[in-house]
Design a protein around this ligand. Structure first.
Ligand SMILES: [Zn+2]
Ligand SMILES: [Zn+2]
Length: 390
């Protein structure tokens, strides 16, 4: 696998770090041990360390050789998921209900590997900001770091992040300009009817009957209100009502997950859901309350920065190992919040191998350590190419 030789020298060391993180997973905003290790390692290599940016977030600042004023941000996420690990690796999670099932242990390790190498070689002219983000998995880590003044305190002309991809062979990379991952919003629709005895429906307003109509009505947002050339998915994932066989309940609740690549579609979905909740409620003498929560925005790569990253990737792993047109996915990623503030790119790094092909968030998933030096070399090469020495 073509990688930076010096980084290859500490492949074993990186593997140990990664497995240690894997054994001690921490969920979002609770990355106390992980962030302490990150901070301690960065400091040991002479990198300036700033902690508690976004609760448990860490930023390392490294200046290269020369007087260049260019800046670059490299980001890794540190959090695990609230689930039990089912695999039987020797470094299996020791914490019940906690697991690195998305490979953020690998992301953190790759960025540490790049930091160690860059601190040692300083073969660049400008400033690198190593951004170790907490709470990617739905607990708002990127937002918290940005709100804590991430880009004001640590200016970044451009930013880059890597996500491992177990569906792509190890050693390959994929780059795409424009939207690459979807937004993720949540709509909670609460039907306020009127409870009654099951034998006397005419005394009440049955919220289940209204909820069923509402379920049907909202399907038309995708099928009838969305431009057929655009993508949106709306899944009603929860429908709660009732507690007893002989009671018509007073309320029912439907919860939907909504994903799209386009903020105009997001606006349209919110507007149509508002209208439909209001209209269906009136039709049946109930009141439907809508709470529309904007989660993360679509992950949109800057076209030029994605092209730049692809060129760096091709120089590293070879053009035959690079996919320049990977499919978009309806999953989401909160690096999108940083990408909405600064131009940059989120890239895929293959980690698939025989026996290592469980998907992200699978209870047997395990980051492929063979990908560590590739990701670390990619981060390092981004810096050396973006901020070349004069
Ligand atoms: Zn994940
Ligand atoms: Zn992830």
């Amino acid at each position: 696998m073509p990688i930076n030789n010096r980084i290859a020298d500490f492949h074993d060391e990186m593997t140990e770090w990664r497995r240690d993180f894997h054994t001690h997973p921490e969920i979002g905003l609770e990355e106390v041990r992980t962030s302490a290790i990150v901070a301690e390692k960065l400091a040991s290599w002479g990198i300036e360390v700033h902690r508690e940016i976004g609760v448990t977030g860490v930023v390392g600042v490294l200046r290269g050789n020369g007087s260049g004023t260019g800046t670059i941000g490299l980001r890794a996420d540190m959090d695990a998921l609230p689930m039990d690990e089912e695999g039987d690796v020797p470094y299996k999670s020791q914490i019940p209900g906690r697991m690195h099932a998305c490979g953020h242990d690998g992301h953190t390790t790759m960025l540490l590997g790049a930091a160690k190498y860059l601190a040692e070689t300083k073969n660049f002219d400008g400033t690198v900001h190593f951004i170790f983000q907490p709470a990617e998995e739905g607990r708002g880590g990127a937002k918290k770091m940005v709100e804590d003044g991430l880009f004001e305190r640590f200016p970044c002309d451009s930013i880059f992040g890597i996500h491992n991809a177990p569906h792509m062979p190890a050693g390959t990379m994929a780059f795409r300009g424009g939207p690459i991952l979807a937004s993720a919003d949540r709509a909670t629709m609460t039907v306020h009817g009127k409870g009654a005895h099951a034998a006397r429906p005419h005394d009440g307003v049955d919220p289940i009957a209204v909820g069923v109509q509402l379920y049907q009505a909202v399907q038309t947002v995708v099928s009838r209100n969305t431009d057929p050339l655009k993508s949106v998915v709306m899944s009603i994932t929860q429908f709660h009502a009732g507690t007893a066989n002989n009671v018509i309940p007073a309320t029912a609740q439907l919860i939907a997950s909504i994903r799209t690549f386009d903020t105009e579609v997001q606006d349209m979905v919110e507007r149509r859901l508002t209208e439909l909740c209001d209209g269906v409620g009136r039709m049946y003498g109930a009141r439907v309350e809508l709470e529309y929560l904007r989660g993360v925005p679509p992950t949109v790569n800057d076209i030029d920065e994605a092209t730049f990253a692809a060129e760096v990737g091709e120089a590293l792993v070879g053009a035959d190992k690079v996919d320049r047109e990977p499919a978009q996915a309806m999953g989401s990623e909160d690096f999108s919040i940083m990408l909405a503030k600064r131009p940059g790119a989120f890239v895929w790094l293959g980690g698939g191998a025989p026996g290592k092909d469980y998907g992200l968030h699978h209870p047997k998933y395990d980051f492929n350590d063979e990908a560590l030096p590739v990701g670390a070399s990619f981060f390092a090469k981004l810096v050396e190419t973006k901020l070349p020495r004069g």
